[in-house]
Write a protein that binds this ligand. Structure first.
Ligand code: SF4
Length: 287
């Protein structure tokens, strides 16, 4: 095992540990991870080294699967990136409790190392309330090749939002919006921005839903829940991302990796659920 791969299993937040190690191997200053790569590097592919790191992570992931260490393959990330995403339980986290840019990038790194392919980010009514949202999306797409859905609960987009949306990878970007808003957002399609209906019908979800097995659902303060339908419900709490790796959480069968009776909740509670959004997007793209 070479120096780089020997670090893969040791970092609690494996992705960040790998990035630092890789930068050393390249003879560059060590702490150049995310902020550095988000700057203009004079025409060079800013994701060149991170992409190679991602390949290392994927190699590591394969061996982890061979060892049977991952109980459930992770395919989806559901990120409640705004403070508003946690208010269902009446708690108002302090700003220092929120994950912030580096925290979210680490969630993405670790989820990708476990196999994540899709990510849905709840942004609430306005994209501009999360200034670093564009860095988060660019990192997920550029480094890990994830498809990204931005769940907007209004039809309010500024010129700057549209410009920045247009700069993301058009093959991997979806604006996820309520059916009631889609008509007024259709003009975005002429700019290459794909739309995806957020609404989930009762017939689309299983009564006993096991989709959380494949998903990491992370609240603004790092708390983990089975999925967005039960965000803030202590019966479905799975600890905090800061305290426990996603691999650990994902492998722990004592945690609630299913919602046993979805009929107890309104279908709208499942709106923007990542595996269902992936189906909506792929249905729309089918010839
Ligand atoms: S949001 Fe609904 S469909 Fe998605 S995992 Fe939760 S219960 Fe299942």
């Amino acid at each position: 095992m070479d120096k780089r791969s020997s670090r893969i299993g040791k970092g609690r937040r494996g992705g960040l540990a790998l990035i630092v190690e890789c930068a050393v191997d390249e003879g560059k200053p060590s702490v150049r991870s995310k902020t550095y790569w988000n700057k203009d590097r004079g025409g060079a592919d800013p994701f060149e080294i991170p992409k190679r790191v991602a390949s290392g992570i994927e190699a590591c992931q394969s061996s982890m699967h061979e060892d049977g260490a991952v109980a459930h393959p992770l395919r989806y990330i559901w990120m409640y990136i705004t403070e508003a995403g946690l208010r269902q339980d009446g708690e108002h986290p302090q700003s220092e409790d929120l994950l912030g840019l580096d925290g979210w990038l680490n969630v993405i790194d670790e989820s990708a190392s476990l196999g994540a392919e899709w990510m849905v980010v709840y942004v609430g009514a306005s994209l501009s309330q999360v200034p670093y949202i564009w860095e988060v999306c660019a990192w997920a797409q550029g480094v890990h090749g994830l498809r990204v859905g931005l769940h907007l609960t209004s039809n309010c987009l500024s010129e700057d939002d549209i410009e920045r949306l247009s700069r993301l990878d058009p093959e991997k970007t979806y604006l996820v919006a309520d059916k009631a808003h889609l008509a007024s957002l259709r003009f975005l399609e002429s700019k290459g921005i794909r739309l995806c209906e957020a609404n989930v019908r009762a017939t689309e979800r299983d009564t006993y839903c096991t989709k959380p097995e494949e998903m990491a659902c992370v609240g603004a303060d790092g708390r983990l829940f089975s999925c967005g339908l039960v965000l803030g419900d202590e019966r479905y709490a799975m600890g905090n991302y800061r305290d426990r790796s996603l691999h650990d959480v994902n492998s722990d069968d004592s945690l609630p990796h299913a919602v046993p009776d979805t009929s107890a909740f309104p279908p709208s509670g499942c709106d923007a659920c990542p595996p269902l959004m992936a189906m909506h997007a792929l249905d729309k793209e089918a010839p």
